[in-house]
Design a protein around this ligand. Sequence first.
Ligand code: IPM
Ligand code: MG
Length: 364
Amino acid sequence: MKKNIALIPGDGIGPEIMAEAKKVLDAVARRFSHEFSYTQIIAGGCAIDQFQNPLPKKSLDDCLSSDAVLLASVGGPKWDSVDASIRPEKALLGLRSGLGTYANLRPAKIFPQLASSCPLKNEIVKDSIDILIVRELTGGIYFGKRGRSPDGKEAFDTEIYSDWEIERILKVGFESSLKRRKKLCLVDKANILESSRLWREIAKKMSPDYPDVELSFMYVDNAAMQLVRNPSQFDVIVTSNMFGDILSDEASQITGSIGMLPSASLGESGPALFEPIHGSAPDIAGKGCANPLAMILSCAMLLRYGFDMDEEADLIENSVEKILDEGYRTFDIAGLEADELRAKGKLVGTVQMGDLVVSQILDK
Ligand code: IPM
Ligand code: MG
């Protein structure tokens, strides 16, 4: 198959991990006789430096005319003081709304090989953790009306959702849970927010269409607590943009492997967007030690959800597992064994980790 992939390396460790992702995609193309071409896209802080605009029109247009978009990470302290209207994060929001990718899938799971880096006690994680957060991504308070009073002493942001926006994201929630353990939990604040009450109303209306899915409801404060108290109870969580932002950080952290987690942002049609959950990690940028695996696993999601290439996606995921089975680790997932691994030559940097995955892919 011939496909064009838009690559957004962005800022911080972005370019380093993107280089590894591209190597992996090339290896998959070779193995399966696909033809992948790439369009390099500038967005984020580096675009502010060059064009005073985090997402120049040409960047968005190039993404829109690609078959899928792969993004590494944007932002960093260098741009902390730029005007709010051109912050690097604006590139992300512009991409999400420009591409119409309203459904953000954020898996949070423990890799058995890395179970010891989970910060929770063994007895809490009795049945492991394998959660999929389905976060609404193009609506709610992120995109609602905001402003200041004329004297600047009052400010407001608006949480606003229409029935069709809620319905389409809930559909993704129901359908994702059908492919998993068939449990869907709608997380909201329906004891306070009218918008949450509308989410619940619509979820209850849709539920009979999915008789195999067990639907439950949970207030967001309780969900934040339950995620550390008993994370194994969750299968799929569906929630609004803001709550999903917060809970997905929490969920990824309790797995202990934030450097391992990919995400997919899908729309109705048009190219979807794939990116690791972690940020641009400016503190380790340029040191060659960043973990490229979340970025590489984002390529697997791209192939699976973007191009329906399940076999290719499986191969990437299995290759990563194999490398972990063989004991290779970057420093962030080395845990207490870092010194021992270093002595054995198994503590590897960004490029070596990418090479290991590539040789695994070409080997099978
Ligand atoms: C995320 C990030 C973004 C968000 C920021 C960088 C705008 O936190 O993707 O979770 O809030 O959505
Ligand atoms: Mg976030």
